[in-house]
Design a protein around this ligand. Structure first.
Ligand SMILES: NC(=O)c1ccc[n+]([C@@H]2O[C@H](COP(=O)([O-])OP(=O)(O)OC[C@H]3O[C@@H](n4cnc5c(N)ncnc54)[C@H](O)[C@@H]3O)[C@@H](O)[C@H]2O)c1
Length: 371
């Protein structure tokens, strides 16, 4: 039987546990906080899925078994992702799934982790589940045939009250990584699904990687917290595609959309909250609409099916470690651009390190900590 260990018994840890159990996998779910394990058993899992699944082994991280797992998932706050992943590489699972955003904007440990995974032959993925949804697979399939793409825009604009509603034990942003852009929170980290989708579709249409970023961020201080509530990115790829990515934590009702414009045709994608579904509009001489009905658990079951497919067939994955770290480079570039007021250029040959980013004046390293 496939065995998985999941770090973090919070919101995503419960989703991933449920998805793995739906596939009949053996699940060990661990956390450094005993209260989180209790909440999983008594509140989160029963509220979402009807009843706790007693087959899930809930353990404190100190007591969690090491070795013998096919998959290890890291569903903890972003500032613990890379340090934990570097530890679990030593257990040599077949694959690791690291939640989004993959790391912190200082890119600490990113290149080391990338090298370790390659050296040990471990497949590593990032949790951008929208990139493997059936609707996105279809979008990508059609996008390949759009000639002469003019522009691409992706917006994930969603007030984060929904996240706090799902975490009633938190008083607000200052209580969690969400309130600190340096820890991988804020709009750009939390809603980086949008940036990741932009990068994926740009690759699909042959535009290549993002090499130039100009960003404006609306940073706010709220008590101890300091985060970007709005991130506006203008980006350009190595092959000259220009477009935008907008992410925020203030918009209501939610707007999650993607639009690819060709000469006479366009493709539109939307993820709508109620009834939960993805919508695809193919705009040409006529307009065709396709609705992809789904449930929230489906998002993660689809993601795990994708992991299995990649391991079985060696097919390329839009949620590979490369995709997760490319997104981190652009996140870091966007903060640098917003903080220096300059365009930031990304040199991928330098690796997943801060030195891959440069401004024309050479000025300004990224601020290291919230004031
Ligand atoms: N893909 C998605 O759609 C999706 C959805 C929700 C969350 N996420 C991502 O998942 C991550 C966690 O978010 P969340 O909402 O589940 O947070 P959460 O606060 O609900 O849960 C995180 C849990 O991790 C535990 N933890 C912290 N450090 C740990 C460590 N070193 N070892 C083990 N456990 C540790 C905490 O005690 C907490 O219980 C974030 O990166 C977030 O962006 C992704």
């Amino acid at each position: 039987m496939t065995k998985v260990k999941i770090y973090g018994a919070g919101s995503i840890g419960n989703h991933l546990s449920n998805a793995a159990r739906s596939k009949g996998w053996d699940v060990t779910l661990c956390d450094i906080d005993s209260a989180a394990l209790e909440r999983t058993r008594n509140e989160i899992y029963p509220a979402r899925y009807g009843a706790f699944d007693e087959e899930i082994e809930l353990v404190h991280c100190d007591d969690a078994p090491k070795g013998g797992f096919d998959y290890i998932f890291i569903g903890t706050p972003p500032d613990s992702h890379v340090p934990l992943a570097l530890e679990v590489v030593k257990e040599k699972p077949k694959a690791i799934l690291v939640e989004k955003p993959f790391a912190t904007p200082d890119l600490k440990g990113c290149q080391e982790l990338f090298d370790q995974c390659k050296a040990n032959g471990i497949e590593c993925f990032v949790g951008y589940d929208h990139a493997v949804a059936a609707s996105t697979v279809k979008f990508a399939e059609i996008a390949k045939d759009i000639k002469d793409v003019k522009t691409l825009d992706v917006f994930f604009r969603e007030h984060w009250q929904g996240i706090f509603n799902a975490h009633p034990w938190l008083d607000g942003p200052a209580d969690t990584y969400l309130g600190y852009w340096t820890r991988g929170g804020g709009a750009l980290g939390e809603h980086s699904h949008a940036l990741n989708l932009w990068q994926y579709i740009a690759q699909v249409v042959g535009a290549g990687k993002i090499t130039e970023v100009v960003a404006t961020m609306d940073y706010v201080k709220d008590g101890k917290a300091e985060f970007d509530r709005l991130a506006l990115l203008n980006v350009k790829t190595e092959n000259g595609l220009v477009g935008s990515v907008v992410q925020d934590v203030v918009t209501k009702p939610t707007l999650k959309s993607m639009r690819l414009q060709g000469v006479d045709e366009a493709l539109e994608w939307q993820c709508v909250p109620s009834p939960y579904s993805d919508k695809l509009r193919i705009i040409g001489e006529e307009v065709k609409e396709k609705i992809f009905e789904k449930t929230r658990p489906d998002d993660f079951i689809t993601e795990l099916n994708h992991l299995e497919d990649v391991l079985a067939g060696g097919k390329l994955s839009p949620i590979s470690i490369e995709a997760g770290l490319d997104t981190m480079l652009v996140i870091a570039a966007a903060h640098l651009s917003a903080q220096t007021g300059e365009k930031v250029t990304i040199n991928y040959a330098a690796g997943y390190v801060p030195e891959a980013l440069s401004t024309e004046s050479g000025s300004g390293a990224l601020k290291q900590a919230a004031a």
